[in-house]
Design a protein around this ligand. Structure first.
Ligand code: GAR
Length: 198
């Protein structure tokens, strides 16, 4: 338990991100203005210099930034991360553009408490280039999925999905439309999970 605080009544969220962090910001804003009865107690980022770190600084979220290449294995850095999650009394981990597969150590210690947002209607288009692949395929109904994280790639049980129609060929536009939906869906889904509804 960490010394100052907060292992009691309010729910503690950790967000993992690698890039822009717009989903981190959506969650942090919802905590800040009371739409979520929770706080973001830690941002974990595997990319020193990522844009999300500036967002975290503005919200005053503590960060754990690391360069995976400076560790000898995934187990080694995941042990450090899991220890940080423990000391912040994290209730739920939200992957938000964390472009790294969660390994054995985190699954053993936080399995059942890790969720991910993915820019497709899973189980279609798993992996890192879901939108580009869907556009290439000529998909007409796109969507966003939030799911539990297990040892499979983007394969854990689905918690929430939202679809939208798009009949064009511009992946950037699909990303733009999808991200607006992501931000709402992540906050709504967290609200339900934290209140025990989902
Ligand atoms: C989001 O669109 C998320 O769905 C995607 O990364 C983006 C991160 O955006 N995740 C994946 O593709 C996972 N396979 P953000 O950094 O602005 O939140």
């Amino acid at each position: 338990m960490s010394d100052d605080h907060h292992c009691n009544y309010m729910k503690n969220i950790a967000v993992f991100a690698s890039g822009s962090g717009s989903n981190y910001e959506a969650i942090a804003s919802a905590c800040a203005d009371g739409r979520l009865d929770a706080r973001v107690v830690l941002l974990v980022c595997d990319k020193p210099g990522a844009f999300v770190l500036g967002r975290a600084a503005r919200f005053g979220t503590p960060v754990f930034v690391f360069d995976p290449h400076t560790y000898s294995s995934k187990s080694e850095f995941e042990t450090v991360i899991a220890d940080r999650l423990d000391s912040e009394c994290v209730d739920i981990v939200c992957l938000a553009g964390y472009m790294r597969i969660i390994g054995d150590v985190l699954l053993a210690r936080y399995g059942g408490r890790i969720i991910n947002i993915h820019p497709s209607l899973l189980p279609a288009f798993k992996g890192a280039h879901a939108v580009e692949q869907a556009v290439e395929y000529g998909v007409k109904v796109y969507g966003i999925t939030i799911h539990w994280v297990d040892e499979s790639l983007d394969g854990g049980r689905i918690i929430a999905q939202r679809s939208f129609d798009y009949d064009g060929d511009d992946p950037a536009e699909v990303h733009r439309i999808g991200q607006v939906i992501e931000h709402r869906l992540y906050v709504e889904t967290l609200a339900k999970l934290l209140s025990g509804e989902s």
